[in-house]
Design a protein around this ligand. Sequence first.
Ligand code: ASP
Length: 222
Amino acid sequence: AGAVAGVSHIKRPLRAARAVMEHSEHVLLVGAGAEAFARGLGLEMVDPTYFSTEARRAQLHRAQADAVTVLDHDGAASAPLDEQRKFGTVGAVALDAHGNLAAATSTGGMTNKRPGRVGDSPLIGAGTYADNRTAAVSCTGTGEMFIRAAAAHDLCARMAYGGQTLDAAAEQVVMQSLLAIDGRGGLIAVDAQGHVCLPFNTEGMYRGHARVGEPVQTAIFR
Ligand code: ASP
């Protein structure tokens, strides 16, 4: 496993996360140390303004004026989902022909969050987890609740210790454990047999899956 958090100059944070996994003895690097590590490996660095757009600045100013913290992408134009309840994180899970499971999560973060806040995405076991014996999991939603529930690991533990199927474990985590603490969002998961499960407890979740030899499936709503 590898992860970075609290970075603002790394153009592709997932590549930095992978580099932590492949080129360091650590799992999680944060802040200036993470950026120095990425720079040292020749990963592309950008000025933080690279990530700044007019729409997102306007969104930040609205959130500041209302003194609230909102989920990423709130306020984007003409999207089909309720923008107050849509999460902006991008995740991927995969099973390869050799039975290796992998998960990756790049957070959309929260707008007007407190500086220094870290969500669930880079925390292995909370927003991201993969274990060849059970499943690969990537989460999106109100990160604090996914951290409290150790959501991604809990799904795998239910399969490993309780013998639950992927569907049953995912249903328990998303529809019961998270909802019980007002955790909103969902996850994508694939198990060691290639079953795919994409549950969410929100209005919808942008999602898709593909299998060799089959057409790609995509969906937004339930
Ligand atoms: N889970 C992410 C976080 O808390 C937010 C998201 O999924 O959009 O940072």
